[in-house]
Design a protein around this ligand. Structure first.
Ligand SMILES: CC(C)NC(=O)[C@H]1CCC[C@H]1Nc1nc(Nc2ccc(C(=O)N(C)C3CCN(C)CC3)cc2)ncc1C(F)(F)F
Length: 280
């Protein structure tokens, strides 16, 4: 709509906003509730210090995050409306998720009911189908990167690790015929990495801990590469849920259950709220 082009073209400054309460700390700075003065639109303003971005060498990652997230429009993906910067800081103008951070809710509940977990997994699958349709892989699906909107709907945030995989065919000038396979693939992995992560997330929603957790990183690494998947006796989880998770946590990425098939899985069909909203 003309609104969005105005947003993208407009030169925002701090003076365009009334700054409200701090919402918490992000990786590279604070996040504040804010209101855009002209529209009275409530947003979250993420303030990042240039010095910290430089020393962590994440400027290119931030540029990619802004480029990717600003072009995505989906009810389960947190909107990035725009950005601006001053001498010391970069400001991201983001959608405000009224019900906050999902990982805090998971810590409080310990684990979710099968209906709540299935509702969240289904809405994330729909968001990822949308992303993959635009050749965007998130690559960092985990509870910490999920926020909850005013109606209880999940919002995937933090596209800091996302990549835009494009087919070399469109970008290579002239012929592709002489490129070796690994270059044509262009990315070392494909969108199926998000299916694996969604499977890990589904397990953690139901058991309260991720499937390959171990004391030492080396043990976690070994459990992942061996797909050492075990289902504890408690809390009791349906065989149907375990079946879905077992079809997602498959070593060969091409053999993982495709996201559109996930939405047809009996556990999702019988447990997920069609609206994507879990009312408890
Ligand atoms: C994905 C990314 C990795 N995470 C983040 O960026 C984090 C870093 C800090 C905040 C969050 N970023 C956002 N948070 C919200 N909403 C929000 C957050 C927290 C509360 C909350 O529980 N309190 C204020 C409570 C209220 C009660 N008191 C006691 C504790 C804090 C309520 C609403 N909307 C948009 C964003 C965004 F992403 F646009 F910036």
């Amino acid at each position: 709509s003309e609104g969005s082009t105005a947003v993208e073209k407009k030169r925002w400054t701090l003076n365009d906003f009334d700054i409200g309460k701090p919402l918490g700390r992000g990786k590279f700075g604070h996040v504040y509730l804010a209101r855009e003065k002209r529209s009275n639109h409530i947003v979250a303003l993420k303030v990042l210090f240039k010095s910290q971005l430089k020393q962590s060498q994440v400027e290119h990652q931030l540029r990619r995050e802004v480029e990717i997230q600003s072009h995505l429009r989906h009810s389960n993906i947190l909107r990035l409306y725009g950005y601006f910067y001053d001498q010391k800081r970069v400001y991201l103008i983001l959608e405000y998720a009224a019900k906050g951070e999902l990982y805090k809710e998971l810590q409080k509940c310990k684990y979710f009911s099968e209906r709540r977990a299935a509702t969240y997994v289904a809405s994330l699958a729909r968001a990822l189908i949308y992303c993959h349709g635009k050749h965007v892989i998130h690559r960092d699906i985990k509870p910490e990167n999920l926020l909850v909107g005013a109606q209880g709907e999940l919002k995937i945030a933090d596209f800091g690790w996302s990549v835009h995989t494009f087919n070399r065919r469109r970008t290579m000038c002239g012929t592709l015929d002489y490129l070796p396979p690994e270059m044509v693939e262009s990315v070392e992995h494909d969108a199926n990495v998000d299916i694996w992560s969604l499977g890990v997330l589904c397990y953690e929603f139901l058991y309260g801990v991720p499937p390959f957790e171990a004391k030492e990183h080396s043990d976690t690494y070994r459990r992942i590469v061996q797909v050492d998947l075990k289902f504890p006796p408690k809390p009791v989880v349906s065989a149907s849920a375990k079946d879905l998770i077992s079809q997602m946590l498959v070593k060969d990425s091409s053999q993982r259950l495709p996201l559109h098939k996930l939405l047809e899985h009996p556990w999702i069909v019988q447990n997920a709220e069609p609206s994507g909203i879990y009312r408890g």
